[in-house]
Design a protein around this ligand. Sequence first.
Ligand code: KG4
Ligand code: ZN
Length: 348
Amino acid sequence: MLILGIESSCDETAAALVRDGHVVLSNIVASQVKTHRSFGGVVPELASREHLRNIGYVVNRAFADADKTYADIDGIAVTQGPGLIGSLLVGVSFAKAMAYSLKKPLVPVNHVEGHIFSAFIENPDIEYPLLALVVSGGHTSLIYAPSRGEYRSIGRTRDDAAGEALDKLAKFLGLGYPGGPIIDRLAEDGDPGSFAFSIPKISDGSLDFSFSGFKTAALRHIQESGIKPRHSGGTVSRAILNLIASYQQAIVNTLVRQTQKAQSRLRPKSLLLVGGVACNSLLRQSFKKTFEKKPAEEPARRAIRVYYPSPALTTDNAAMIAAAGTRFFPSEDSLDLELNASANLRLC
Ligand code: KG4
Ligand code: ZN
């Protein structure tokens, strides 16, 4: 089964051809980083316009790279939501028109489910029940799936997403956009123990996350200690390096601590680290250290397998949308012309 995936929920226009849910024949992503860089964040109206400009080219490149024609596909999977409504509408309208003219089935996909399926592309035999930490610029959630297609949201951020928290501090300090990968790289030269962020205690025993307190504490520290944002292109001061290393450490500690609680309560067979922030080196190292203990080191724990998709599948892409969409096929006449984009679409 050959599926065309289309993704346009935020600032990446993407198309991919995927066979049987895991063989990626092409995976094209047109990034809008240059468009949004000077604003330090995604400007929704500009994002929609860029999607409109790029979508035809990106889809055709996906066919060309895979050496396939429109007639070769069995169906189309498109991100329905959640995301920016103007951005989503471009992908959904394009996919509907294409499915209608080709007389192929069209399947809507939840973007968060797409991130979960990104792990199945390189490891199709991941076992259920699984626990996924979906951590990106727009999402920070713990999702438990007892079986395929069945999801329970067991923890979510109460304020910013983890990627958003990294991007905002980087913007404030003049480090560049998107801030996550920049902080990841620069933090290696800072001292993560130099500033003690207190990790909020969510006392109701929930598995939720909160990052806005770190941002407030960082801003207060910047004001009180007179840290100056970097001038464009200038060197990054030791004080900034130490602050961002500590900030990143606090965010990673929060993510790992809540995931660990969820893991010991639910005892899943598999643990997935997915979404753009899953590229973060410190987060990956901490997951390895925490969850990949050998059974001999901790005999009471059932062995758990941890999956980290490669970076091209971790940040927004359409291969993950095609992979998630594949599980709904084959379905006859499944072109619903009433299908619409949904900015707040929920997975569960
Ligand atoms: O999954 P994604 O491409 O889009 C959303 O669905 O949001 O994630 C983008 C987010 C941004 O906040 C970006 O700063 C963050 O992922 N990110 C990283 C790294 N690479 C991307 N954050 C920390 N470390 C990285 N290496
Ligand atoms: Zn995403």
